[in-house]
Design a binder for this molecule. Structure first.
Ligand SMILES: [Zn+2]
Length: 549
């Protein structure tokens, strides 16, 4: 026995050290963001998922079951910025997809930049990350490698590609639909589109998808995780009579666009196929993961969001979009296996926000909910403020559950902003759809012990926010009676999947609460880089092999 013991120790230490050295960073980090993906899509669609898409993370990687957005407003711009920077809108500044800018007196879009030009698109190219205040984990990696590595983002949406990568990205590519149907970028990143992008654009795949037929992947009677195909809760494509399969796309347009031609591809699973195509081409032509300097590829799938907005949470269209995305993931992973090897790659998958059930569907099943949470508020508050002051139109703008008062008018008429805000809050609280209201300037003093206060503290960027937050009751949205949306701090909007696998990731799972801001620090810990400069999240130790050493 005495002789066997040392041999066991030697054997154990050899086995413990192989096959991977937990200290060795990955050659490539792939971050996958599935736009509008709720955590429970994984459990609801589980029986119909393939073994090597989403399920591969469960077999080989780490699953955080209780993963949340930790700020208010849960939207695409803030979501992608928070994933990449490891902090919240209060610090990175992306408080919405757009917000009212008092200096220019208009709404600004989170990635618009008139100082750059589009490449490949005449209408959708002028974008950059200049409104993102802090650095991303990929930025820190660029600094760490003396800019010898590559960071590339791909998405249908410009804000998703731009904000998930950061200031020093080599490229962010997004889709210009309408009559162009091309992937584009801006002069912020480069002087001309690479040949591989131009060649892909020349193949006109979006045009082919826009004239194809979308039918269910499997026999429609197997979609038992969803409701019937024809319900009053689903948006109808323009040109169709009903929200039912099969869809002959050549005759249709998305219901909430007018005549945006190739934008119809957004609202079908084929939009995600285009994104995988581009991601695989970027892997191949940019040589990602091929040398010792770690690269980053951010892939954001947007069709899930467009389909969710149009059809809602219980539609067969939504389930079909996820089942097809599952196969896109399989296609991506199989390419990584063959060209780089998953042992040298770390992959994470998460979402940028969740979504609520269609409120009409909730009502029809005896749940509270409503469709017009802020309807009439601007007019009513303007009326009451006029009756008190004799000054009209003191409410400039309502957006992202915030009310912006006209500071110039307030000053010109020597009014007290604080008293006007109090008066406005009194009126706002008479609306049955609104549960609570706070002055933005009071948010820093709110007790962080209450969850909502914490979410507001982290979502509130004082220079960009309005004067008043208006918090709706759960299940209340500003949206039509078909399809759904997101944006609040309720769990249906905050609960997202977080799946990780590959280099440095331990097999396992946790039900401990993790936050969207924990992803970037966890990637930095794996890569051995400095943390993003505004980071407020924490490293998810349970997921890391190196944390066991
Ligand atoms: Zn959305």
């Amino acid at each position: 026995m005495n002789k066997i013991l040392p041999i066991c120790i030697v054997l154990f230490s050899v086995l413990a050290c192989s096959p991977v050295d937990p200290e060795k960073p990955p050659k490539l980090v792939i971050g996958i963001v599935v736009d509008q993906m709720r955590y429970d899509y994984l459990t609801r669609y589980w029986d119909d998922l393939s073994p090597n898409g989403f399920k591969r993370f469960y077999k080989q990687g780490f699953v955080a079951h209780n993963h949340h957005f930790n700020y208010y407003q849960t939207l695409t711009g803030p979501g992608h910025a928070s994933i990449s920077t490891g902090t919240t809108p209060s610090v990175h500044g992306i408080i919405g997809n757009e917000w009212y800018d008092r200096t220019s007196q208009r709404e600004v879009y989170c990635v618009d930049d008139k100082d750059v030009e589009g490449l490949g698109s005449t209408t959708k190219g002028r974008k950059s990350p200049k409104q993102l205040i802090t650095t991303t984990f990929a930025d820190q990696l660029r600094l760490h490698t003396q800019f010898r590595n590559k960071v590339i983002g791909v998405s249908l949406k410009d804000r998703s590609a731009v904000l998930s990568t950061g200031h020093s990205a080599n490229a962010a590519y997004w889709f210009a639909g309408e009559d162009e149907g091309v992937f584009t970028t801006s002069t912020y990143y480069m002087d001309s589109l690479p040949n591989w992008v131009s060649e892909y654009n020349a193949k006109k795949h979006p045009h082919q998808y826009a004239s194809s037929v979308w039918n269910t992947l499997h026999p429609i009677e197997t979609y038992t995780a969803s409701g019937p195909d024809d319900t009053p809760y689903e948006g109808i494509f323009k040109g169709a009579d009903r929200p039912t399969f099969p869809y002959d796309l050549s005759t249709l347009s998305p219901d909430y666009y007018k005549d945006k031609g190739l934008d119809i591809v957004h609202n079908t699973p084929f939009g995600n196929t285009l994104v995988t195509d581009m991601a695989l081409l970027a892997l191949k032509h940019e040589g990602l993961g091929k040398d010792e300097e770690a690269d980053v590829l951010m892939i954001s799938y947007s069709s899930t969001d467009h389909v969710g907005h149009q059809f809602g949470l219980t539609a067969i269209e939504t389930q079909d979009t996820y089942l097809r995305l599952d196969l896109e993931l399989e296609r991506l992973f199989s390419e990584i296996d063959q060209t780089i090897g998953m042992d040298d790659v770390t992959v994470f998958l998460t979402s940028d926000h969740g979504a609520v059930h269609v409120p009409k569907y909730l009502n029809d099943h005896k749940f509270p909910g409503g469709h017009d949470k802020s309807k009439g508020i601007k007019d009513q508050v303007n009326q009451v403020l006029f009756s008190k002051t004799g000054v009209d139109n003191l409410v400039l703008h309502i957006g992202n559950d915030q009310m912006y008062l006209d500071h110039e008018r307030v000053a010109k008429n020597k009014l007290a902003l604080d008293k006007l805000a109090d008066e406005a809050i009194r009126m706002v609280l008479t609306f049955s759809t609104i549960e609570k209201a706070f002055k933005t300037v009071d948010v820093p003093q709110l007790s962080p012990s209450e969850k909502l206060h914490n979410l507001l503290l982290r979502g509130n960027h004082v220079k960009r926010a309005g004067d008043i937050y208006m918090i709706p009751k759960p299940g209340h949205i500003d949206y039509g009676h078909t399809g759904t949306t997101h944006g609040t701090g309720f769990s249906y909007d905050t609960h997202a999947p977080l799946l990780m696998m590959g280099r440095g990731i331990k097999a396992g799972q946790t039900y401990k609460e993790t936050s969207i801001t924990d992803i970037a620090p966890t990637m930095c810990a794996l890569l051995g880089t400095a943390f993003p400069n505004g980071m407020t999240g924490s490293v998810i130790l349970d997921a890391l092999l190196k944390a066991d050493k």
